[in-house]
Design a binder for this molecule. Structure first.
Ligand SMILES: [Zn+2]
Length: 465
């Protein structure tokens, strides 16, 4: 016997069962029963719908054991039934479905169909599933959900085969502006103003080629960010992309604006239309220690003066080496004094050379396209080398240049018509947005703009209209 609370009234769900308890008999004698009848029917229906406290309570009341787990609903032959559940620790999706008495064959068909789109090795405890089973025990519809945005569905067609798709979730994207002042560190100040770690990370990345925040940040500096928030059914799931960023010191002001050109090239540009996107990474390693720069030097092995046509990075054997830009591999293998060498050809006549590697992945071979940050090898000491290091060289038009002096590696600036379009579509409206957000009141740094353009000013968590 379970209690169901609905609309503030208390009824006994077991009312329609034929085993009458003293409580039921008492209720039946009461005059309120007739009035309550309709509501009780609805309540019973409601109680049957989701996995609920009601089922568990009923189960417990039968056994009289409050601690025992409820018995799982099992498929019964000749009945169409719906099931759902949550993946437990160390439980596979198949095992979760098996517990409900479904056949391995039926499970396999539905699960392997979704498996073409979703790799079930990535499934985690807490993932949710649901299955509709027909009278013959076939799974007519199977859903697997790893997050509110990520739901896959398999459906059984009339010929018995399955078709799967990722369910389109009606996400709503809003723009939000948050600004503030640096008090402690930049990162801390930004998080304190309500910005998420991914947004703070993007903000710092976007300005990486412009501002050295370690050296430049001072208390009182101002920051502001326009970013996306992703919503589903009125609830915010996460933050999205940074659409614009601003950083002001007492003497300088930096801006970055996300823009998609008419040729569908996306990137961040400053207020003058200069691209902030570096085409080349500054260094091919993440932990940088330069041991020898470009230029003439007394060669440690050859014992004579020679042009050092590149930069040496001291690093332990095995340190990952990344391609500094998008390009195509033109050489990968042993080449004399270079030892194991990889050469990548890039846009605008540039090529980069990575020498003395201990290892080159099998996938890195001539003709293969790589992107910025692709792992192309590991630091070693092969060839003419005195110890583990990466020799990094760069050529322009076939001639070696100093990689540390090449700093024009940006995507092209916006010009002419494109610049005008950028100003109209992005720059002017976004600057107005920034100004409104930071000038609404000296202490108001939050400004929400929903998709329809209505503005909500937020101060100390309270909305000011
Ligand atoms: Zn070198």
């Amino acid at each position: 016997m379970a209690l169901l609370v609905l609309g503030g009234l208390v009824y006994f769900v077991g009312f329609h069962d034929f085993e009458e308890t003293p409580q039921e008999l008492a209720l039946q004698k009461s005059e309120t029963i007739v009035l309550a009848h309709e509501i009780v029917l609805q309540s019973v229906d409601a109680a049957r719908q989701p996995i609920s406290v009601v089922e568990i309570a009923e189960e417990n009341s039968k056994t009289g054991d409050v601690t025992s787990k409820p018995e799982l609903k099992r498929w019964e032959e000749g009945k169409s039934m719906d099931f759902k559940g949550v993946i437990a620790r160390n439980e596979s999706v198949s095992a979760a479905l098996q517990k409900h008495g479904l056949s391995n064959h039926a499970i396999h068909l539905a699960v392997s169909s979704v498996g073409k789109l979703f790799d079930f090795r990535q499934s985690k405890p807490g993932n949710e599933w649901s299955a509709s089973v027909d009278i013959a025990g076939n799974i007519s519809r199977f859903r697997y959900k790893t997050s509110p945005e990520d739901i896959w569905e398999a459906r059984r067609k009339s010929d018995g085969t399955y078709v799967s798709e990722k369910v389109k979730v009606p996400l709503e994207i809003k723009r939000e502006v948050i600004g503030g002042k640096v008090t402690t560190s930049l990162w801390q100040s930004m998080e304190k103003s309500g910005l998420t770690a991914p947004i703070v990370g993007s903000f710092i990345d976007i300005f990486a080629s412009e501002i050295d925040f370690n050296a430049k940040t001072r208390p009182g500096d101002e920051f502001a960010v326009v970013f996306e928030t992703i919503h589903l059914d009125g609830e915010m799931l996460r933050t999205g992309r940074v659409l614009a960023a601003r950083y002001k010191t007492p003497t300088e002001s930096y801006g970055a604006y996300f823009y998609e050109t008419e040729d569908d090239e996306q990137g961040y540009y400053d207020g003058q239309g200069k691209s902030l996107q570096r085409l080349f990474l500054k260094n091919p390693l993440s932990n940088v220690r330069i041991t020898s720069t470009y230029g003439k030097r007394f060669h440690p092995v050859l014992k004579r003066w020679k042009l050092h046509a590149g930069v040496d990075y001291g690093a332990p054997t095995g340190t990952p080496v990344m391609s500094v830009a998008d390009g195509t591999v033109t050489f990968a293998g042993w080449k004399g004094a270079n030892g194991k060498l990889v050469v990548v050809k890039h846009k605008n006549g540039y090529s980069t050379h990575y020498a003395h590697l201990s290892h080159i992945p099998r996938t890195i071979k001539p003709g293969v396209k790589v992107t910025k940050k692709t792992l192309i090898g590991k630091v070693g000491s092969t060839g003419r080398s005195t110890g583990p290091h990466l020799h990094f060289g760069m050529k322009k038009g076939g001639k070696f240049v100093d990689p540390l002096k090449v700093d024009i590696m940006r995507a092209p600036s916006l010009r002419g018509k494109e610049m005008k379009r950028f100003e109209e579509l992005v720059l002017t409206p976004t600057n107005m947005e920034f100004d409104r957000a930071t000038s609404a009141s000296p202490s108001v740094h939050h400004n929400r703009v929903d998709v329809k353009g209505a503005q909500v000013y937020v101060e100390n968590g309270e909305e000011l209209y």
